[in-house]
Design a protein around this ligand. Sequence first.
Ligand SMILES: NC(=O)c1ccc[n+]([C@@H]2O[C@H](COP(=O)([O-])OP(=O)(O)OC[C@H]3O[C@@H](n4cnc5c(N)ncnc54)[C@H](O)[C@@H]3O)[C@@H](O)[C@H]2O)c1
Length: 311
Amino acid sequence: MRKRVLVTGGAGFLGSHLCKRLIQDGSDVLCVDNYFTGRKENIAELLDSPHFELMRHDITFSLYVEVDEIYNLACPASPIHYQFDPVQTTKTSVHGAINMLGLAKRLKATILQASTSEVYGDPAVHPQTEDYWGNVNPIGPRSCYDEGKRCAETLFFDYHRQHGLNIRVARIFNTYGPRMHPNDGRVVSNFIMQALRGEPITLYGDGSQTRSFCFVDDLIDGLIKLMNAPDEVTGPVNLGNTAEFTIRNLAETVIALTGSSSNIGYEPLPEDDPRQRQPDISLAKSALGWEPVVELEEGLRKTVAYFKQFL
Ligand SMILES: NC(=O)c1ccc[n+]([C@@H]2O[C@H](COP(=O)([O-])OP(=O)(O)OC[C@H]3O[C@@H](n4cnc5c(N)ncnc54)[C@H](O)[C@@H]3O)[C@@H](O)[C@H]2O)c1
């Protein structure tokens, strides 16, 4: 019997890679998406598969389907997109979680939440371990995303405690790779697009803020391992790459890989932009036997190839 797996946000960047991997691994996939930031092109290669089904649906409304597992990824993930309609962003995280948890409860299905490192806000401890409660502004322009995701985590753990639901919560750190949105304002896609167009590469602040970047294949591996882990491994589990790079360092690598003639330009730091973010992945290593294996340069090369084709 093939497992029937629901992926919400399946036409998005991470969702499309997840759908493909699950089908390759022998599951039947139901992809649900409202195409707010997702694109049919992302899952075009799966449309002919008898093991893939696509459904246009907004998860803030109830959904009645029959599946064995749910990966809840639906939510705009980049500031440009989640700040476009912040009320809808919170609704997607909160009402969406309630609807998907209700579905999982009815079906006795295991459900995984794509949470985020943003639950740590502008962290006061480095690197962040899962027991750090975060430093989040509840009323700022990023709050619709950060607090929405925090509330979704609360709901997951309450459904677990109150209804005995099998849950998994992954706290995903900065992930990049082919099928990222070219215009989502995220640093990797921004830099590559600017470099390929020969435009100045925009650094916010002096570029000394650091980020860790996880290649999409590694991340998908982590999500699947978490879903398949024993039921007591509920998470939250950090999934990300521990190698830290300054934003300036990233800009220089992108310029080198694209052979671009772009210069570096400077803009003021946006409000609530964290100075540093780095995961502690000890738990993922011990509980899932997971750690990223793709080096930044190798992942960037594949991402640059995708954007070149896209342009
Ligand atoms: N990419 C990252 O670096 C990263 C980091 C942390 C967390 N995450 C989380 O992973 C998930 C996927 O992120 P992504 O980078 O693939 O973003 P994405 O924007 O490419 O994908 C999100 C998908 O959800 C869909 N969607 C949005 N609202 C919906 C709704 N109400 N109903 C149905 N579908 C809806 C979008 O159309 C899109 O296809 C998100 O939940 C995000 O918060 C991603």
